[in-house]
Design a binder for this molecule. Structure first.
Ligand code: URA
Length: 294
């Protein structure tokens, strides 16, 4: 990480930029805050006439800790403030996602969705890559820097390795569809928070319903946690198959480690190979079952 700028004392913008490059996108207190409960309370309160409504001061919003020592984002249009204004709950996200009839419609609804603050620090939405008619759908965690710049999932180092892994069993991006649990890059490549993941999850679930893959492959623990809605110890669970139903669509799902893990621990690549062979076998078994004479 770059050292703190020399002019940090005199130039708060330089200091804020430095924090943002380190992945800090909001100034918070030291105690956890249940923002969904705070939103529910605000919604339950009788509406004031529009003329009386003012934007709550960042530190006086319900449940907010007193001013933290970290510098606040510099302008009233800062990402965190915009995200707070959107006031969306996972139920809102579910209703919006459920109303999408096609993948293009879902993409447009996600572009217009202001409920997840990551949207405001990301360059653009990273919705998908590959073939929406594919039999196999891969789900990663969240875009990184390259994905954020290009607007496509898995185009950085992990993506290049993923392409080679797919190539080893005769697949490429014309034969798979790729998306992420969270479609905007978290600043500084930090992990998405549980709230961010929960707000984006209805869109991923609808995306899976619309693609209707025969086989869904989760890449890494966070993707498996999001898809299966439980905590999964991925180093033990990798290679396991499950039945998965989302909406009215039933499919088989395989849990794999994330390609970034193989980049960090090349010795574990033999596990990738085992899981890829298992994926290939499942595809062939499905082909045999669908083409066998009755
Ligand atoms: N890692 C992910 O999980 N998704 C991407 O799109 C890129 C890297």
């Amino acid at each position: 990480m770059a050292p703190q700028p020399d002019n940090a004392d005199h130039d708060p913008i330089a200091l804020v930029d430095w924090y943002r490059s380190a992945g800090v996108d909001i100034a918070v207190g030291e105690k956890p805050v249940d923002r969904f409960a705070a939103q529910a309370a605000r919604r339950a309160a009788p509406a004031r006439p529009a003329a009386q409504r003012t934007l709550p001061d960042r530190d006086n919003r319900p449940g907010r800790e007193p001013a933290a020592r970290m510098p606040a984002p510099p302008t009233p249009n800062s990402p965190a403030l915009k995200a707070g204004q959107a006031d969306m709950t996972p139920d809102d996200a579910r209703a919006i996602a459920a109303s999408a009839r096609t993948l293009e419609d879902l993409r447009e609804k996600l572009e217009a969705f202001d409920g997840c603050g990551l949207k405001f620090s990301a360059t653009q939405l990273v919705f998908s890559d590959g073939n929406p008619q594919a039999r196999i759908m891969l789900v990663g965690e969240a875009p990184g820097r390259e994905e954020d710049l290009q607007g496509k999932p898995f185009v950085g180092r992990s993506g290049h390795l993923l392409d080679r892994m797919l190539g080893a069993i005769g697949l490429d991006r014309t034969r798979v569809y790729i998306a992420n649990s969270v479609p905007w890059r978290p600043p500084g490549n930090r992990a998405p928070t549980p709230v961010e993941t929960e707000l984006c999850l209805p869109f991923l679930r609808r995306q899976i319903e619309l693609v209707r893959p025969e086989i869904l492959v989760t890449l890494g623990g966070p993707a498996a946690n999001a898809v299966f809605g439980e905590h999964i110890a991925i180093t033990r669970a990798r290679g396991q198959w499950r039945d998965l139903t989302i909406g009215d669509h039933h499919m088989r799902a395989l849990m794999m480690l994330h390609p970034a893990f193989f980049l960090r621990q090349p010795a574990s690549k033999r596990n990738a190979w085992r899981d890829l062979l298992s994926l290939k076998k499942a595809m062939e078994a499905h082909d045999d079952a669908t083409h066998s004479p009755t």
